[in-house]
Design a protein around this ligand. Structure first.
Ligand code: PFF
Length: 516
């Protein structure tokens, strides 16, 4: 029984959906912390180089590949890779990463997203009111996450409650499908997110010098702290790796979700201008809004010495510990606190639904399962897979999931798809494919970039990562003895998940052969 594949309702719809996937917690939390700790304004040099040589080419490649695969009724990487290189029996298994990676990120991303929902409710209810120092606010967060017992929360139940709401919200959106769920959500959520972001940014930029005794703790010095360049860092490979890693993560490329979204395009739909529009929206929100909120705000209240400690303690602390303290020090803080966490929640949910879609598309396309049933199966499996991140948080599990799902897989998958598209499929065909129905011609220099520069850059990153991070991570250097069993357990879990998806790919192809 042939089903009609789903499709986007409008061009604006898919641009909003891709921008929604790209704009997420990474823009508001990860980016400013990465920039502040990697040379400030100087970080923007490797960042923009990565944008031009990796981010934009990968975005075009994924849109074109996804639309191409969609034409063969394949919305995920195993099928798409297979159609490009039919003679190779193994290529489809490389595509497994394009379902596995998003699912792995989904398992911890939704939990973190649920904290933002919890904290927006706490802001309104005044639950953290009166806590004015970092240590106590940290205890509040620790108790919420079930990591400490200290009187704030007696169990993980509230966190679990907000997780259930967040998880269900995600499932409901994908249940309604591409057009009725994801597109509708993003068309409302993206403008809303933009307005909420502007409100917070304007509030932060008008903070002035709230502490009259410390005139140096001003918003302009706060912006200076983040943006004054330290060019000496550019000689460090680590800074370049951080910039490239941020680029993948923020644009949601190199993992399979854009492939899936683009597979619902029609053959004649433009990908060049649309892809570029989604990138531009993400970059504007990341650099302008993301770069003007948490770091400058924290500087104004904690000063040049305090900010170093705060920024060094990581993106989550800045968001869930430092920001709630700041909101108590400003007028209408309850309102701004609620807006801040709601902003993060809206940014988060438009990203997490995109992480769910590849698995759904795989079941629909390769097993001919109806959407409702596919979403139900996904719901059960994903719910189980989310449990380690929730129940074993603080035991190194999330770091491990993030390393494999959110870092390693991205670079590996991006390398494979780029080589497949520009070398195996061939640059001439690839160029024609990208320009089919295009409203804009890509400068010819990009033929050279996509064929030579992007893959070389990716291979360099891949190998330096394996050497620099991969080997120490595999050997669990820096993991405490107490956490080792959990980290090992996470790895076994990931291997089982990967093998299971591979087996499903095998079964799907067997069934297809039989049908022929
Ligand atoms: N781009 C999202 C962010 O910046 O938060 C995170 C993300 C979503 C990464 C979807 C990867 C992905 F496939």
């Amino acid at each position: 029984m042939a089903k009609v594949r789903q499709s986007w309702g409008s061009r604006l719809g898919i641009i909003m959906a891709v921008a929604g996937s790209a704009v997420g917690l990474g823009n508001f939390l990860r980016f400013p912390v990465q920039a502040a700790s990697n040379g400030g304004g100087a970080f923007m040099i490797p960042y923009f180089v990565s944008l031009l040589l990796l981010g934009i080419p990968l975005m075009w490649i994924e849109w074109a590949l996804g639309r191409y695969g969609g034409g063969f009724e394949h919305g995920t990487a195993p099928g798409i890779f297979h159609t490009m290189l039919e003679k190779n029996r193994f290529i489809k298994y490389f595509g497994v990463i394009g379902i596995f990676g998003p699912l792995v990120i989904f398992t911890y991303y939704t939990y973190i997203e649920s904290w933002t929902l919890g904290y927006s409710v706490f802001s309104v209810l005044g639950s953290y009111k009166g806590i004015e120092d970092q240590a106590t606010m940290q205890n509040f967060l620790g108790a919420y996450q079930g990591l400490e017992k200290n009187g704030f929360f007696s169990s993980i139940a509230p966190a679990y409650f907000f997780f259930l709401i967040t998880f269900s919200a995600n499932i409901i959106v994908i249940y309604y499908g591409i057009r009725g769920g994801i597109e509708k959500l993003c068309k409302v959520a993206m403008p809303l997110l933009f307005i909420l972001g502007l409100i917070i940014m304007v509030r932060v930029l008008t903070l002035g010098t709230p502490n009259a005794l410390r005139p140096g703790w001003s918003i302009s010095n706060g912006m200076g702290f983040l943006w004054n360049p330290d060019f000496s860092v550019l000689a460090q490979p680590k800074v370049w790796l951080a910039a490239a890693g941020q680029m993948f993560f923020t644009l949601s490329v190199g993992i399979g979700v854009i492939l899936t979204y683009a597979s619902y395009l029609k053959k004649g739909d433009d990908v060049v201008l649309s892809g570029l529009s989604a990138v531009s929206a993400n970059e504007f929100i990341e650099v302008i809004l993301g770069g003007s909120i948490i770091i400058p705000a924290a500087f104004v209240f904690f000063g040049p010495v305090g900010i170093k400690e705060v920024a060094g303690s990581g993106a989550f602390n800045l968001s869930f510990v430092t920001m709630p303290i700041i909101f108590q020090k400003i007028m209408f803080g309850t309102f701004f606190g609620a807006v801040w966490f709601l902003l993060l929640f809206v940014a988060g949910i438009t990203s997490s639904v995109s992480l769910a879609q590849p698995a759904i598309a795989f079941l629909e396309d390769e097993f001919n399962i109806g959407r409702e049933k596919a979403v139900k199966i996904f719901g059960v499996v994903a719910f189980i897979c989310c449990q380690p991140a929730i129940l074993l948080l603080g035991k190194g599990v999330v770091n491990e999931l993030d390393f494999w799902g959110g870092t390693f897989c991205l670079v590996l998958f991006a390398t494979i798809e780029t080589i497949l598209f520009t070398w195996v499929f061939g640059m001439d065909k690839a160029w024609d494919e990208i320009h089919h129905g295009a409203d804009l011609r890509i400068p010819r220099i990009y033929r050279f970039i996509m064929k030579y520069v992007t893959p070389s850059f990716l291979l360099i990153i891949l190998f330096s990562w394996i050497l620099k991070d991969g080997i120490p991570v595999i050997l669990m250097r820096g993991v405490s003895a107490a956490d080792k069993p959990y980290v090992l357990g996470t790895r076994i879990f990931l291997i089982i998940l990967f093998v299971t998806i591979s087996i499903f790919v095998k079964i799907a192809w067997k069934n297809r052969k039989k049908k022929r």
